[in-house]
Design a protein around this ligand. Structure first.
Ligand code: AMP
Ligand code: FE
Ligand code: FE
Ligand code: ZN
Length: 285
């Protein structure tokens, strides 16, 4: 068993390589200040923050797990697949990531254009809120709307202008959850469904079974968005099938109220993830 790390562990953190507001080094420093000793960086659809994060965890005596939150979609609901210890160069996963990222760009431009017909907002305003090379998303549109004084914060933007029911909304391409889980598995990674019991409720049973057959390792049961009764059902499922259970903050810097370490993952579960991942290696302290 891999035991060369120590807790507490938070395996779901975002930097400005996607929709967090801090560079990876600052995310690591925030996590360290919160008392965490093992972390994973899980930016949406990118691995570009790994090197900086690993350098920072190294200098602070922490353990780093390479991770990502891969976008997927079942019908109209978005599904987030946390992926750990995968090979970032694996062909199929690489192709999925490239397609998602290119769709994210087209989609964000289209949304900015639609909004710009009614409000003072340009694509340049959105780019001004997006770190170079970052995975662009609605949070960056939200930040541009805040900067222009159209809304108070990201929450208000998501509740109105950027909501799926809005005329400004454009969907992004995302693979179905089974395809996403299979690609992570194929890349030697450990796929875990993020915030699986959120407001939209649980995914249908057949989709869950399909994901498990494709290599799904477990569920992020410790997350502020999970709620009953779905959470109870998943607790029962993970117990019956002996799946991995994680708990994490989903920290986004100032982009969300979530704080590092507000949920954590047990040493036993971190060890199971490390034992199962074969596509890339943890960076031990
Ligand atoms: P997108 O993937 O571009 O459609 O945007 C979804 C992202 O927006 C998710 O990764 C969330 O982290 C973020 N998000 C969703 N709702 C909110 C909210 N109310 N406040 C801040 N961020 C949010
Ligand atoms: Fe996010
Ligand atoms: Fe998510
Ligand atoms: Zn997340």
């Amino acid at each position: 068993m891999a035991r060369r790390f120590s807790g507490p562990s938070d395996l779901h953190l975002h930097s400005d390589h996607s929709d967090g507001t801090e560079p990876p080094a600052d995310v690591v420093a925030s996590a360290h200040a919160a008392g965490l000793r093992t972390i994973a960086l899980t930016d949406h659809d990118t691995t570009s923050g790994w090197a900086e994060a690993a350098e920072s965890t190294g200098s602070l005596g922490m353990t780093f797990l390479p991770g990502m939150e891969l976008s997927a979609r079942h019908e109209w609901r978005s599904v987030h697949v946390l992926a750990y210890l995968f090979d970032p160069d694996a062909t199929e996963l690489r192709a999925l990531i490239d397609r998602i990222r290119s769709s994210r760009l087209t989609r964000a431009r289209e949304m900015a254009e639609r909004i710009g017909r009614d409000l003072d907002l340009t694509w340049d305003d959105v780019l001004g809120q997006t770190a170079t090379g970052a995975t662009v998303g609605r949070p960056h549109l939200a930040d541009a709307l805040v900067a222009k004084g159209h809304v108070r914060d990201r929450g208000e933007a998501f509740a109105g202008i950027l909501s799926p029911g809005s005329d400004y909304y454009v969907a992004l391409y995302a693979p179905d959850p089974v395809t996403a889980v299979a690609a992570v598995t194929e890349a030697g990674g450990v796929p875990i469904i993020a915030h699986p019991a959120g407001r939209a409720g649980l995914l249908p049973g057949p989709v869950v079974e399909g994901m498990l057959a494709a290599g799904l390792a477990g569920f992020e049961l410790g997350h502020r968005e999970n709620r009953e009764p779905g959470l109870g059902e998943l607790r029962e499922l993970v117990r019956r099938r002996d799946l991995i259970v994680t708990g994490s903050s989903d920290y986004h810097g100032l982009g969300k109220p979530n704080l590092p370490g507000e949920h954590t993952t047990s040493d036993e579960m971190v060890a199971r993830i490390i034992d199962r991942g074969t596509g890339s290696a943890p960076v031990f302290a």
